[in-house]
Design a protein around this ligand. Structure first.
Ligand SMILES: [Cu+2]
Length: 141
């Protein structure tokens, strides 16, 4: 009896470990006013194995891009980055004034309290891609 029970436990552990490779905490989206076509999403992403965020999408927007804020002289500018590096075990923050995710081509205004689904595509060090689904709550900040 012991051996099958042990094997089952090992299998459960392996699948739990695979899912825990990437954790996303405190995802939120800035709520919008009428006619506004873009907004930003913020979250903290930690990859235990290391990897990179290579793509993102949301049903509320035509596209999602990761942007970086940078000082150029006296001006804060933002530009799109193709991938966002996720160093092993390090919490990478998408936040106002840093890296952030732009949701562009909004199909409707995002109201405070709305739950916005966002799908992240994360590539690990071996080049394997997996999707991580996030539910970001809209806040007025
Ligand atoms: Cu931006």
């Amino acid at each position: 009896m012991n051996k099958p029970a042990f094997l089952l436990a090992a299998a459960v552990f392996a699948s739990a470990a695979a899912h825990a490779q990437v954790t996303v905490t405190d995802p939120w989206v800035r709520s919008t006013v009428a006619q506004q076509k873009t907004t930003a999403a913020y979250m903290t992403i930690t990859s235990l194995q290391g990897g990179k965020l290579v793509d993102a999408s949301s049903p509320v927007a035509a596209s999602a891009e990761v942007h970086e804020m940078k000082m150029e002289g006296d001006l804060m500018k933002m530009r799109a980055v193709d991938t966002l590096p996720l160093p092993m075990g390090k919490a990478v923050e998408l936040k106002p004034s840093g890296y952030h995710m732009m949701l562009m081509g909004l199909k409707a205004p995002v109201k405070a309290g709305d739950v916005v689904p966002i799908r992240l595509v994360i590539e690990d060090a071996k080049g394997q891609r997996r999707t991580v689904d996030v539910k970001a709550v809209a806040r007025q900040q």
